[in-house]
Design a binder for this molecule. Structure first.
Ligand code: DX5
Length: 215
């Protein structure tokens, strides 16, 4: 398991949108990244938000854009223009290897790090050949589209395999991550955890985030 620090990235999909800035402020002192779930209602059955909302958020947290969209190449410029730290797209949305590599290059050329995500049903072999050319692998532990779903433990073997092959790769997990499942993720080799409903349903967000860091 990578000995590097565990990155905790609250997902604002589960935040109270009536007070989004206050919700971000409530986690900013304790979190490492802030994950923004961009959903197009086509790649996933839900619709969330995009750059027009994100541009109003003020935070020093590095912004982690998770593109759950059918045409991610069409979306990166608006987020790069906001100076986001990281952009992840889904392997299922970009089937061609050369297009995946071109998109990773475009994200990096735009000043962000690049990640590729795989859904629970997608085998690690689907992205094996590109993992040496990306900054992050996101292994989804729920079927994307909604917060508050149950953690799918079967995906942990993909994390273990990816960690064995790429000791230095940032491996992120997303979906159903809470104080029970976070240790499973870390022990499998993940070093970046996204958590939405667990953190934003907690009264004590400092304690909730701290509880995710231990294995
Ligand atoms: C699901 C999103 C996740 C989700 C995490 O499609 O990608 O980021 O918001 O929420 P929880 O932690 O509640 O599963």
């Amino acid at each position: 398991m990578s000995s590097s620090k565990i990155i905790i990235a609250p997902s604002i999909l589960s935040a109270n949108f009536q007070n989004l800035q206050a919700e971000v402020d409530s986690v900013a002192p304790y979190a490492d990244w802030l994950q923004v779930d961009v959903m197009d209602g086509h790649f996933v059955p839900n619709l969330s938000f995009g750059a027009p909302v994100l541009k109003w958020i003020r935070t020093n947290l590095p912004l982690d854009i998770h593109l759950m969209v059918s045409n991610p190449a069409d979306r990166i410029e608006e987020f790069l223009a906001l100076g986001v730290h990281h952009i992840t797209f889904h392997a299922e949305a970009v089937q061609d290897e050369n297009k995946r590599k071109a998109l990773i290059k475009a994200i990096r050329d735009g000043g962000a790090t690049a990640g590729i995500a795989i859904n629970p049903e997608t085998p690690l072999s689907e992205v094996r050949s590109i993992l040496s050319d990306t900054d992050l692998l996101l292994v989804m532990s729920v079927h994307p589209g909604f917060g508050g779903q149950e953690f799918l433990e079967d995906v942990l073997q993909k994390v273990t395999e990816a960690r064995a092959q790429h000791p230095k790769l940032m491996i992120q997990m997303d979906g159903g991550v809470d104080d029970r499942t976070a240790p499973l993720c870390i022990r499998a080799g993940a070093n970046n955890l996204v958590s939405g409903s667990y953190i934003f349903s907690s009264q004590d967000r400092s304690a909730a985030i701290a509880s995710l860091r231990s294995s």
